[in-house]
Design a binder for this molecule. Sequence first.
Ligand code: SF4
Length: 68
Amino acid sequence: MQDTVPETIVTQYQSLPADAEDCIACGSCENRCPFGVLIVQGMEEVRALHMAKSAEVPRRPGRASEES
Ligand code: SF4
């Protein structure tokens, strides 16, 4: 995995209607994936990357998971 995330990818990620923050780790997608992709683990890694990056980029407004 790359150590840095290109800004274009960050911008595209922030435009998604749902992202790794919304994953509840139910495993439903892994059960159906024909390639055995470890999606839950990937979501956790993306979430960690996003948390590290969130100190650098503004958060999207209106996300319940980011409001406290
Ligand atoms: S584990 Fe897969 S199906 Fe379940 S919430 Fe996360 S991404 Fe969606």
